[in-house]
Design a protein around this ligand. Structure first.
Ligand code: AMP
Length: 194
């Protein structure tokens, strides 16, 4: 199964992706995680991405497409994967389609998590507080100021993807305001209906 989880920052894509990993035994491909790993490792990509990420803006399509293209060629992706935080632009959406088409594959479903904007910033702040309390590193972009820019980027560049996938007939929307378990149940129901 090849899935995309779509939704603004704080919508719960990462949380739901982890549950899908357990259930379907396919990997979660989070471009945010991959880019943060590159930043920590101090690679060329990491050096180029760091300031852009800290500002809450989007890293260039070329960089992100190259990372994903390499990742989905790994053997653990042979039976499917969950894309979390990718694609985020129409250029990336076209790129993933070409990557898959070149392997004779296509996406099965795009699940959009619908969440009120007002709830999002609260979730991001909570995530930062929980990470700090657990002694984990706090993301530099998980604060109210940078969040505003991340949300602006989402509406400008990522929200148009819902129309793109709706037109392809593979968009399914789920109420992301429900409790975590209830969102998972809705996603399971969508996947069962495919
Ligand atoms: P995330 O962990 O998905 O919230 O991503 C954190 C940051 O990484 C974003 O604010 C962007 O700066 C960058 N990023 C992650 N995924 C992408 C992507 N698909 N395209 C461009 N930038 C991305």
């Amino acid at each position: 199964m090849k899935l995309i989880l779509l939704g603004p920052p704080g919508a719960g894509k990462g949380t739901q992706a982890q549950r899908l990993v357990e259930k379907y035994r396919i990997p979660q491909l989070s471009t945010g995680d991959m880019l943060r790993a590159a930043v920590s490792a101090g690679t060329e990509v990491g050096k180029r991405a760091k300031s852009v990420m800290d500002a809450g803006e989007l890293v260039s399509d070329d960089i992100v497409n190259a990372i994903v293209s390499e990742r989905i060629d790994q053997p653990d992706c042979a039976h499917g994967f969950i894309l979390d935080g990718y694609p985020r632009t129409l250029v990336q959406a076209d790129a993933v389609e070409s990557m898959l088409a070149s392997k004779g594959k296509k996406l099965d479903c795009v699940i959009e998590l619908l969440v009120d904007d007002k709830a999002l910033v609260g979730r991001i702040i909570k995530r930062a507080e929980e990470a700090a309390a657990a002694g984990q590193p706090v993301r530099k972009d998980d604060n109210a100021e940078v969040f505003e820019e991340r949300l602006r980027e989402y509406y400008k560049k990522t929200a148009p993807l819902t129309g793109y996938y709706y037109a392809k007939g593979i968009l399914r929307s789920v109420d992301g305001m429900l409790a975590i378990d209830a969102v998972s149940e809705e996603i399971d129901a969508v996947l069962a209906s495919l």
